[in-house]
Design a protein around this ligand. Structure first.
Ligand SMILES: C[S@@+](CC[C@H](N)C(=O)[O-])C[C@H]1O[C@@H](n2cnc3c(N)ncnc32)[C@H](O)[C@@H]1O
Length: 547
């Protein structure tokens, strides 16, 4: 769970008609809580390239409280615990919230099929400019709710507003790229899982099977185009997801008779991605990892890099206010979108965790060069290993980047590593090092001197410039591969539309094939490559200017 920045929330997007009724129901439900009325007095819901968002109703004076959601309407460990038997107490917040959403989706919505759900929805989910609304609630009509309510239904009017698919999140590509049998094996899904059984049935249904195969291929293509930094983060997210699924499904297997409901793998995926993209830091006096909450309405606020205004927990509510006089965030005029910074995150992180990118405006964008630097140390053999150990001991190993924001340059950590790399040790010192051998380097690290030596500095510069060149080369190859893939998808879709035109009563077309969400995803991957190229070029240009 990406909670290193306490202010981080997470994601969504819907079709307008459906959203509006779901939104109205949620606002009515909130009004039943003491302090929960008047949510729409100062804000209103909009739909834009980020999915849904909130804008100010009228000019809002600095510091005005715009939204105030009572603590009782927040969904977190504190409010969830009373709804479940003690057997579930061992769950952490992510696991419990994900399970709860999964059970509620299944109970109120029934089968949320994968991947045809995203196929059916995808055409309307991506905006004309190539952005993708994160998800839709229109995937499935709600089941009629004739059954008697159970305690766990308490938050349904809020949960009904949550997205049910996350087409631009790499975890979705990774799952959609696999067959039911592979998923079953990879995630230890029990054979009786109804969502997997549904997918297996679809795989055997001639009319759907082709589209599933088609999407599977494209998702595999998308995965292949991911830059290393996205891949690393996406792998990490998948590992966290998988661990939570195992913990929850294991306990569920022995305690399912204590709670009304059916847990399925794909519902859990949706629950987990909602938690990961929408939770807001909120202190419930628990372990740090559990200090998080889902929060109606405030979870509709989108991300803007650099904003300092954040959701603000008060004694009995979670609030969001117009930027204060002291803030450098722009004041809110009528129709201006509310936003805050989910964290100081680069696009690779935003894509892997939340399914969107910002592009050039993201001041945190940087190019990861750990692998390249590691290779340079490897090439020095024992001496390189020794130096790597020193960097680790001193806390300088890893997280080495080329940075865009000004001036474009390698990070301090890169300089520290490269200065040590090029500070050659005399023969025989590779097993034991005296302080004096390393003194010139330590002097630079501690700021006593600026460079180890001019010769060392020249080699350092040559290294980083070679690395930037290599990163630029990789980025250009990545961009070309994305463009090639895009053209081949479009060509393939065009020929499909032609085929279906020819066979007049065949309904399959490009939109059915889920083209727009995949294209939007590809554009996001492309943006990360574009940023890598831009930053590498800027570093090279800056290097060239220096004597
Ligand atoms: C907390 S929700 C915000 C509300 C969301 N837009 C919705 O429709 O429910 C976070 C999600 O919104 C979308 N999002 C947030 N900020 C964005 C941005 N600057 N650009 C594009 N999408 C954004 C992403 O899908 C993200 O995962």
């Amino acid at each position: 769970m990406a909670l290193e920045n306490p202010e981080a929330p997470r994601r969504t997007g819907l079709d307008e008609d459906e959203t509006d009724s779901v939104w109205t129901d949620m606002i009515d439900w909130l009004a039943r809580f003491p302090g929960g009325a008047g949510v729409e007095d100062k804000v209103r819901l909009i739909h834009n390239e980020a999915g849904r968002g909130l804008v100010a109703r009228g000019k809002q004076p600095p510091g005005t409280t715009l939204i105030s959601i009572p603590n009782a309407a927040l969904l977190n460990l504190r409010t969830l615990r009373p709804l479940y038997p003690p057997a579930f107490n061992s769950f952490n917040a992510v696991q419990w919230l994900s399970l709860h959403i999964a059970l509620q989706f299944r109970r109120h919505l029934g089968e949320l099929a994968r991947p045809t759900a995203s196929l059916a929805r995808s055409a309307s989910s991506a905006s004309a400019n190539g952005g993708a609304k994160a998800a839709s609630v229109k995937d499935h009509a709600p089941r009629s709710q004739k059954r008697a309510p159970i305690p766990q239904d308490k938050y349904w009017p809020f949960l009904a507003s949550l997205p049910r698919s996350f087409p631009t999140v790499p975890l979705t590509w990774s799952l959609d790229a696999r067959s039911a049998a592979t998923l079953e094996a990879d995630f230890g899904i029990p054979p009786e899982d109804t969502s997997l059984a549904h997918l297996k049935r679809q795989e055997r249904t001639a009319s759907v099977e082709k589209r599933i195969q088609h999407r599977r291929r494209r998702c595999a293509d998308l995965k292949e185009q991911m830059p290393g930094a996205v891949r690393r983060r996406a792998d990490d997210l998948e590992r966290r997801f998988s661990e939570d699924w195992h913990v929850v499904s294991k306990l569920w297997a022995t305690s399912r008779d204590q709670v009304d409901g059916d847990l399925t793998f794909f519902d859990f995926v949706r629950g987990w991605l909602n938690v990961n993209t929408r939770c807001i830091y909120f202190d419930i006096d628990g372990k740090r990892e559990n200090n998080m909450t889902l929060c109606p309405v405030i979870d509709m606020i989108n991300h803007s890099p650099g904003r300092t205004t954040k959701p603000d927990p008060r004694l009995s509510s979670l609030t969001f206010s117009a930027p204060s006089n002291a803030s450098r965030d722009p004041p809110l005029d009528d129709g201006d979108e509310l936003s805050f910074q989910y964290g100081s995150h680069e696009d690779a992180f935003l894509l892997a965790e939340y399914g969107f990118v910002v592009g050039e405006e993201n001041v945190y964008n940087a190019v990861e060069i750990d692998q390249y630097i590691e290779a340079l140390f490897d090439a020095q053999g024992d001496e390189g290993d020794l130096k790597r150990g020193i960097l680790k001991d001193e806390g300088y190993w890893g997280d080495m980047t080329l940075q865009a924001s000004p001036p474009a340059a390698p990070s301090w950590r890169v300089l520290v590593a490269l200065r040590l790399l090029h500070h050659r040790l005399s023969a025989g010192t590779s097993s034991s090092l005296s302080a004096s051998t390393l003194a010139p380097w330590y002097n630079v690290v501690s700021g006593v001197t600026e460079v180890v030596s001019s010769a060392n500095e020249a080699k350092v510069r040559a290294s980083w410039s070679a690395i930037a060149q290599s990163m630029l080369h990789d980025a250009e190859a990545g961009l070309a591969a994305c463009d090639h893939l895009r053209s081949s998808w479009l060509r393939e879709d065009k020929s499909k539309v032609g085929d279906s035109d020819a066979a007049a009563n065949v309904t399959t077309d490009a939109s059915d094939a889920g083209t727009s969400d995949l294209l939007a995803s590809l554009d996001m991957v492309r943006t990360v490559w574009t940023e890598q190229a831009r930053i590498s070029r800027a570093v090279l240009a800056d290097t060239a200017q220096k004597p």
